[in-house]
Structures are given as structure tokens and as C-alpha cells.
Ligand binder design. Structure first.
Ligand code: ADP
Ligand code: MG
Length: 226
């Protein structure tokens, strides 16, 4: 229990800090990255080139962490509004289109137009991007992602993101959403943590089903807006 309390405190700190500082931090990082690239001249010693390469890699890693935590969101947008989930999902897929194509991933959608929920659009956006990114990353040789949303019979909206990727064992599913849990070479282990947190904040639920080497389906249930 103590560990849980500590974790909850840690999560709150992470989420407060990101919403305030993420955007402010990204700009100086971009500037630094630019100057590092300018320093990288052909006649440098191999060792100096290596230091520059490592510095740029570390900056990119820091940028990934910010992406997982706060992709398009602006700090201080915390107002819940009526959101059309289908439109949001379609817009995200359009933005991710060139990325999915470059990864040899095809996307099949089944979007019902009548999916309304109360949410902060930017946060729901962040959550879906993180889950879609994982689905794409789970298929290093490409494949299909199915993305759908529809109202359920009992007053909820069901969003499903399904892939044909590497899948997860029961133990791996249980660890999903723990801070810094990642099996990827340069993963942040923050994407699912923040996604679960966002879904919880909108009184939603998540169900994960997965089979090793077959694929994963993430189902999000959100309350239907009146
Ligand atoms: P990251 O993507 O940076 O590793 P996440 O929190 O987004 O961090 O995901 C945590 C871990 O959960 C991933 O490293 C991966 O092992 C596993 N995971 C998440 N989504 C999927 C998926 N769709 N298929 C297989 N494994 C997944
Ligand atoms: Mg991720």
C-alpha cells in the first residue's frame, strides 16, 4: 500500500510538471540540437563526433518522453467538453498517416458518427496517439491496425485499437501502465501510464487482451454524453 501511495504521489508530480513545463522545455532543446548539428564539422576527431552524436541522441530521447506525456496539448487546457470520438480518432489517423505508411502498416477503420463523450479533447487525443503508436510499434515488419468506435447498448462509447503485433504475456499485461515499464530498446515506459490516467480521469475503463505473437486489442469504454 505504501508503494502505491508513493506511486500515486509520483504520478501527480509527473502530470503537474508536464502540463506546466513540457512546451517550455521543448524549445530550448530544439535550439541546443540545432547548435550541436552546426558543431558537427567533418574535420573533428572521431571522439568529438561521438560526443556530439550521443548528445543529440540524448536530446531526442528527452523529446520522446515529452511526446509521450504531452503531444499536442497546451498547458492549462483542462476544460471538459462534448467530444465526437469518431472525428477525433479519424483526425489522429490522418495525422499519423505518413508514419503508418513508412512502417508498412495499413489502418482499417470502422467509425460510428454518433460517439459523443465528455472529455478534454487534447487529453483524449494524447491517450489515443500513445495507444496507436504502440500498436504500430508492435509490428516491426508491418501489418494491419484496426481502429473502431461505436456506442454500446448500455450508455457507453467503445473504442478499440487492435494490432497483429508481438503481443504480450499475462505478466506483461499486468505491468502495463506502470511508470517507466518498457520492453523497447529506447522506450520511455510512460505512454500507457499517461493513457490509463487520462481514461480514468474521464471515468472510463480499459480492457486489454493480448496473445504473444498474435496481437493485442485495447478497448476503451467511456461514458456516453447525453
Ligand atoms: P513505450 O512504448 O515507451 O515502451 P508504453 O507505456 O507505451 O511505453 O508501453 C509499455 C510497454 O507495453 C511497451 O514497451 C510494450 O512492451 C508493451 N506494449 C504496449 N502496447 C503494446 C502492444 N500494442 N503490443 C505489444 N506490446 C505492447
Ligand atoms: Mg508507447
Amino acid at each position: 500500500l505504501r508503494l502505491e501511495v508513493q506511486n500515486a504521489g509520483k504520478l501527480q508530480v509527473i502530470s503537474d510538471l508536464t502540463s506546466v513545463f513540457a512546451h517550455e522545455i521543448r524549445n530550448p532543446m530544439q535550439v541546443t540540437r540545432g547548435f550541436l548539428q552546426l558543431l558537427n564539422e567533418p574535420d573533428l576527431t572521431d571522439q568529438k563526433k561521438k560526443y556530439i552524436r550521443l548528445s543529440i541522441e540524448e536530446l531526442d530521447r528527452a523529446n520522446e518522453i515529452i511526446n509521450d506525456l504531452l503531444l499536442f496539448g497546451k498547458p492549462s487546457t483542462n476544460c471538459t467538453e462534448r467530444v465526437n470520438v469518431g472525428n477525433l480518432l479519424q483526425r489522429i489517423l490522418n495525422i499519423l498517416d505518413s508514419y503508418t505508411t513508412s512502417q508498412n502498416v495499413a489502418v482499417t477503420t470502422d467509425i460510428n458518427d454518433d460517439c459523443w463523450t465528455n472529455a478534454v479533447p487534447q487529453k483524449l487525443n494524447q491517450c489515443l496517439v500513445n495507444i496507436l503508436k504502440n500498436a504500430i510499434e508492435s509490428m516491426p515488419n508491418g501489418g494491419t491496425v484496426w481502429a473502431s468506435c461505436a456506442p454500446t447498448g448500455d450508455g457507453q462509447i467503445q473504442i478499440s485499437i487492435k494490432d497483429q503485433g508481438i503481443g504480450m504475456t499475462k505478466q506483461e499485461i499486468d505491468r502495463l501502465g506502470s511508470p517507466f515499464y518498457s520492453l523497447k530498446k529506447s522506450g520511455t515506459g510512460l505512454g500507457m501510464m499517461i493513457s490509463f490516467q487520462i481514461i480514468r480521469s474521464f471515468h472510463g475503463k480499459v480492457r486489454v487482451t493480448s496473445e504473444k505473437n498474435i496481437g493485442t486489442e485495447i478497448i476503451i469504454l467511456l461514458p456516453k454524453a447525453g
